[in-house]
Design a protein around this ligand. Structure first.
Ligand SMILES: NC(=O)C1=CN([C@@H]2O[C@H](COP(=O)(O)OP(=O)(O)OC[C@H]3O[C@@H](n4cnc5c(N)ncnc54)[C@H](OP(=O)(O)O)[C@@H]3O)[C@@H](O)[C@H]2O)C=CC1
Ligand SMILES: CC(=O)C(=O)O
Ligand SMILES: [Mg+2]
Length: 578
C-alpha cells in the first residue's frame, strides 16, 4: 500500500512502517513531553504515570493523581451525565476528540449504543443545523469553489500524508434536513469518527472534507455567524469541473487506494458522480449503496422469521431518491440471485415519490432515468394509502424525509394485509422518521417487524418488550471501508454491498429476532464490521481486485492487526530504566 509521500513531516516519518503504518501506537522520539501532553494524538492526560511525567519533563504540569484502567472513561461519562442537552454532550465529545483523541474513542467504545446517538444521528443533525454557532476549532478541511485550480495545493496543507479514507459532502442534502451548506461538515466528521470507533480505522488516516460551493438556504446566507461561503450554490459545468479536480487532486496527494466516500450530496449530483467515478476511483456513495446494503440485510434477516425468500415479497417504497432507489436496485440484484428474471423482480418493487406511484407515462411526469427503471405498467395512483390498498405490500420502506408519513391509517392497513408486516422508517434524523417505533407496534397490534434509521428506545406493548433495530448504513460503511482498505481495492463493485448485506444478515441471531430486532446489538457492531471486512477482503482476492500482496492466509487476523489500538502507547522507551 504505497501512497506518494511528499511531506516528510514528523507524522509521516513515523507512519511509514507496516501496511498501514503503525504510527498511532508508536512512541515518537522527536516529540517533546510538552508536545505529548498537548497533542491530541499522544495525550494520555491524567493517565501519564509519575515515571512518564518525570521522563518526559512534564512533572508538575498535571495534578498528582494518576488515573488507571477505566477511571478516565468513567470520569468522562460522569461529566456527560451532568449535561442535560444532547447538543452540549456533542460539543463536549467533539472537544474531547480534539484534546485527547484516544480517550474520545475509549469513551465511544465504552458503550456504543449510548454514545453513537450523541456523535451521529440524531444529534449530529442538530449539530449541523447549529454548526456555525458551535464551531470552536479547526476540524477537517473546507475546500471552497474559490480554491478551484488549486485544490491539490490546499490538500497539501493537511498535516498528514498517509490518508486512507476521506468522507466528503457538499452539504446539499444533510440527512433529511436539506441544504445546510458548510454546516454539513458535522456529517463527514461524524461518519469518520465511526470509521474509527466501529471499524478501527486509524483516526490519523481519516480526513473529513466539505466542498463549499455555496448554499441556497436563505437563512444561512443571512446568518451573520455562518462559517461558509455566503453565495448561492455553483451548479453546472463549474460544479462538475470542481468535483473532478477534487477527485484527481485526492489521488495525486494520497494515492489511488485512498477511499473516497460520498455523503449527503443532493440527488442528481449523487447519482451522476457515482456513475462517473465508480469504475475508476476507489469510491462509493453511502446514501445509495451503504443504505441499500443495510436495508437488504434487514430484509434478509426478517425472512428468517417469515420463512420466505426475498422474491416472495412485494416491496413498497415511500421515496424514490438515493436511499430508496439504492435499496430497490440491491433488492433487484438479490431477487435475481434467488432465481427471478429482472422483469419478474421488478414487478415486486413499487415506489411512491412526491407525485405518487411511479408508473409509466405518468401524467404528473417527474420520471428520471433511475425512476423509470422501476416504473410499473399501471394506472396512476396518487397517495400512499391508495398505493398500500392496491399494491398490498408485505414490506413498507420509508426514505422520503417525510416525518409521520406512516400514519395510523397506513400502519393499520399494513396490519390488515399482513400477519407480520415489515415496516422500515429509514429517514433521519428522528423528526423525519416516517413513524416512531411506538406507533409502528401500537397500530399493528405488536405484529410488525420494525427498523428505523435513527434509534428508538425499546417499546412495551401488551406486556411484551420490543427492541427495534437501527436500519442505518453505519452497520455497513465502516466494515466495507475496512475491507476495501485491507485488500487495497482500487474500485468497489456493487456486489460488495450484497456481500456485506448477506454477512450482516447471517450475524443476526435468533435472540435478536426474538427481541424484535433485525440487526445485532449496537454494542457488538465492531465485530460486525470485522466480519463484513473479512468477506469483502475474501471477495476482493477471489475477484482479482486486491492489490495487497501476498494474500493473507488468515484474513481476519490480518484485518485485526491493522486496527487502531485503544490502549495507550508506551511513552517511555522500554529500554529506559528509571
Ligand atoms: N437509514 C439510513 O441509513 C439512511 C437514511 N437516509 C434518509 O433517507 C431520507 C431520504 O434521503 P435520500 O433518498 O438521499 O433523499 P433524496 O432527496 O434523494 O430523495 C427523497 C425522495 O423522497 C421523495 N419525497 C419527497 N417528498 C415526498 C412526499 N411528500 N411523498 C412522497 N415522496 C416524497 C422525493 O420525491 P421526488 O423524487 O419526487 O422529489 C424523493 O424521491 C433522508 O431523511 C435521509 O436521512 C438516507 C440515507 C441513509
Ligand atoms: C444515515 C445517512 O447516511 C443519512 O441519513 O443520510
Ligand atoms: Mg448520509
Amino acid at each position: 500500500m504505497s501512497s506518494p509521500v511528499t511531506n516528510l513531516d514528523k507524522y509521516a516519518q513515523r507512519d511509514r512502517l507496516g501496511i498501514w503504518g503503525t504510527g498511532d501506537n508508536e512512541v515518537v522520539g522527536s516529540i517533546s513531553g510538552f508536545g505529548r501532553l498537548f497533542d491530541k494524538r499522544y495525550s494520555k492526560g491524567l493517565a501519564f504515570t509519575h515515571e512518564e511525567r518525570q521522563q518526559l519533563g512534564i512533572h508538575g504540569l498535571l495534578p498528582y493523581v494518576v488515573r488507571e484502567g477505566n477511571e478516565q472513561v468513567e470520569h468522562c461519562r460522569a461529566l456527560l451525565d451532568r449535561l442535560d442537552q444532547d447538543l452540549d454532550k456533542y460539543m463536549y465529545l467533539i472537544n474531547l476528540s480534539e484534546r485527547h483523541e484516544r480517550l474520545f474513542y475509549k469513551v465511544l467504545s465504552s458503550d456504543i449504543g449510548h454514545m453513537m446517538p450523541l456523535v451521529y444521528t440524531p444529534t449530529v443533525g442538530l449539530a449541523c443545523q447549529r454548526y456555525s454557532l458551535i464551531y470552536q476549532t479547526a476540524k477537517g478541511m473546507f475546500i471552497s469553489i474559490k480554491d478551484k485550480g488549486h485544490i491539490y495545493d490546499v490538500l497539501k496543507n493537511w498535516p498528514e500524508t498517509d490518508i486512507r479514507a476521506i468522507v466528503v459532502t457538499d452539504g446539499e442534502r444533510i440527512l433529511g434536513l436539506g441544504d445546510l451548506g458548510a454546516n454539513g461538515m458535522g456529517i463527514p466528521v461524524g461518519k469518520l469518527s465511526l470509521y474509527t470507533a466501529l471499524a478501527g480505522i486509524k483516526p490519523s488516516q481519516c480526513l473529513p472534507i466539505t466542498l463549499d460551493v455555496g448554499t441556497n438556504t436563505e437563512s444561512l446566507l443571512e446568518d451573520p455567524l455562518y462559517i461558509g461561503l455566503r453565495e448561492r450554490r455553483v451548479t453546472g459545468a463549474a460544479y462538475d469541473e470542481f468535483v473532478d479536480e477534487f477527485m484527481h487532486a485526492c489521488v495525486r496527494r494520497f494515492g489511488q487506494n485512498c477511499l473516497i466516500q460520498f455523503e449527503d450530496f443532493a440527488n442528481a449530483n449523487a447519482f451522476k458522480l457515482l456513475s462517473k467515478y465508480r469504475d475508476s476511483f476507489c469510491t462509493f456513495n453511502d446514501d445509495i449503496q451503504g443504505t441499500a446494503s443495510v436495508a437488504v440485510a434487514g430484509l434478509l434477516a426478517s425472512l428468517k422469521i417469515k420463512k420466505t425468500q426475498l422474491r416472495d415479497n412485494t416491496l413498497l417504497f415511500l421515496g424514490a431518491g438515493e436511499a430508496a432507489l439504492g435499496i430497490a436496485n440491491l433488492c433487484l440484484m438479490a431477487m435475481k440471485a434467488e432465481g427471478l428474471s429482472e422483469e419478474e423482480a421488478k414487478t415486486r418493487i413499487w415506489m411512491v415519490d412526491s407525485r405518487g406511484v411511479i408508473v409509466r407515462d405518468r401524467p404528473k411526469g417527474g420520471l428520471t432515468e433511475h425512476k423509470l427503471h422501476f416504473a410499473q405498467l399501471h394506472e396512476p395512483i396518487d397517495t400512499l394509502a391508495e398505493a398500500v390498498r392496491k399494491v398490498r405490500p408485505n414490506v413498507l420502506i420509508g426514505a422520503a424525509a417525510q416525518g409521520g408519513a406512516f400514519n395510523q391509517e397506513i400502519l393499520e392497513l399494513m396490519a390488515d394485509i399482513n400477519e407480520t408486516p415489515i415496516i422500515f422508517a429509514l429517514s433521519n434524523p428522528t423528526s423525519k422518521a416516517e413513524c416512531t417505533a411506538e406507533e409502528a407496534y401500537t397500530h399493528t397490534k405488536g405484529r410488525c417487524i420494525f427498523a428505523s434509521g435513527s434509534p428508538f428506545a425499546p417499546v412495551t406493548y401488551n406486556n411484551r418488550k420490543y427492541y427495534p433495530g437501527q436500519g442505518n448504513n453505519s452497520y455497513i460503511f465502516p466494515g466495507v471501508a475496512l475491507g476495501v482498505l485491507c485488500a487495497g481495492m482500487l474500485t468497489i463493485p456493487e456486489e460488495v454491498f450484497l456481500v456485506a448485506a448477506e454477512r450482516l444478515a447471517e450475524i443476526v441471531s435468533k435472540d435478536d429476532l426474538a427481541k424484535g430486532s433485525l440487526y445485532p446489538p449496537l454494542n457488538s457492531i465492531v465485530s460486525c464490521s470485522m466480519a463484513i471486512a473479512e468477506k469483502v477482503v475474501e471477495y476482493a482476492y477471489k475477484n482479482g481486485l486486491a492489490t495487497i500482496r501476498p494474500e493473507p492466509a488468515n484474513k481476519l487476523a490480518f484485518i485485526k492487526a491493522q486496527m487502531y489500538d485503544l490502549d495507550y502507547p508506551r511513552s517511555v522507551p522500554a529500554t529506559y530504566k528509571m
